[in-house]
Design a protein around this ligand. Structure first.
Ligand SMILES: [Zn+2]
Length: 360
């Protein structure tokens, strides 16, 4: 068991990022994550972690590798595991709880606020995240600001990497053929943008620090620059898909949101009342949107129709209209669970159709 997932993940060095070197017993094990030359591989059963050396053979770890390793160790620490196994608000709808509880995962009545196409002029002709298959580049951009309260400490950075890793391990483990690998590319940036502290405009809060970050990465501002960065990551890592996840402590209009179909996801470190230690599930939910999965909690305004994701599947687990409110599912509530509808929305490989026959 890794953290609170039904996985048995092992961190290994691989000489070639495309072909991890593994012993014969390990060759068929699925690779959930890559951080440069480090791979995190799932071994169902009793394989145990060997001590991981501090450096790759012949070279120091890159920042992405070092963070991937530290995140993995954090996930496996006794303290983190205990917290995960006793989660606050376990099973609560993503509507949140009124009063002192956490807020809704999206603003009431605005769940689809980000579910609009990217602005015209975005340079990417090929979809960046049409379905959750194969290799996926994740551009994790952790943006600190000039004031102390806007700075991510090394511990905060490790927490974010660990939470993202745990959330994406859940998504990788749900894939029927275990064929999804997240290829991480981590940037730790500091910008000197001014913080916007009032208003209702999502972009007005986000643009100053996001565009300063994009500039440091050598890209244009806004949607076009974000898409170009995602495409550059896809090329750099030779992946099928790519998206960009910004983490910030700057005030933003809502603590988590993503554009349906990608390529941009934004999260605040505080994660509202859910807390930083539950970034993993919120991140998995938002990544669902990147790969075209719709919300399923009632307050999102969902209905059981539509044609969503790679297979054009209706939203039949929507809480408003599904029998008994539907099944537990990452797109509906704070659970490590995924309903059949969401699997179809994500477009995993090897899913059964309604007659139990695997579909492409
Ligand atoms: Zn959502």
């Amino acid at each position: 068991m890794t953290a609170d997932l039904e996985t048995n993940e092992i961190l290994i060095f691989s000489a070639d990022s495309h072909a991890p070197e593994m012993g014969s017993s390990q060759r068929s094990a699925p690779i959930f994550h890559q951080y440069g030359r480090l791979a995190i591989v799932d071994f169902p059963g009793s394989v145990t972690q060997s001590p991981v050396p501090d450096a790759a053979p012949g070279a120091e770890l890159t920042p992405t590798e070092a963070l991937g390793r530290r995140g993995f160790e954090r996930r496996n620490s006794a303290q983190a595991r205990a917290k995960k196994q006793d989660r606050r608000f376990q099973g609560l709808s993503w509507e949140g709880a009124p009063g002192d509880g956490p807020g809704p995962i999206h603003p009431p009545g605005m769940a689809m606020v980000e579910n609009r196409p990217a602005q015209p002029g975005a340079p990417i002709a090929t979809p960046l995240s049409a379905r959750l298959t194969g290799r996926v580049a994740v551009g994790l951009v952790i943006v600190s600001g000039p004031q102390p309260q806007l700075v991510f400490s090394a511990e905060d950075q490790t927490l974010v990497v660990a939470e993202v890793q745990n959330g994406l391990s859940f998504l990788a483990n749900e894939a029927p053929k275990k064929g999804v690998t997240f290829v991480h590319d981590i940037e730790l940036l500091t910008v000197d943008a001014a913080e916007v502290t009032s208003g209702n405009d999502f972009d007005a809060y986000e643009a100053p620090w996001r565009d300063a970050a994009l500039e440091q990465l050598g890209h244009a501002p806004g949607d076009a620059g974000t898409a170009a960065y995602a495409e550059a990551l896809r090329q750099k890592h030779g992946t099928d898909w790519a998206y960009v996840a910004f983490f910030t402590k700057y005030r933003i209009a809502h603590f988590a949101y993503a554009r349906l179909g990608g390529p941009r996801l934004v999260m605040h470190f505080d994660n509202d009342g859910w807390g930083p230690d539950q970034i993993d599930r919120v991140f998995a939910h938002e990544t669902g949107h990147i790969f075209n999965a719709p919300d399923e909690y009632a307050q999102s305004g969902c209905d059981c129709g539509g044609a969503w994701g790679h297979f054009g599947e209706p939203n039949r687990n929507c809480a408003t209209c599904a029998p008994n409110g539907g099944e537990k599912c990452i797109m509906q509530s704070n659970d490590w669970a995924m309903c059949a509808a969401t699997k179809l929305h994500l477009g995993y490989d090897g899913l059964p159709d309604r007659n139990g026959v695997p579909i492409a």
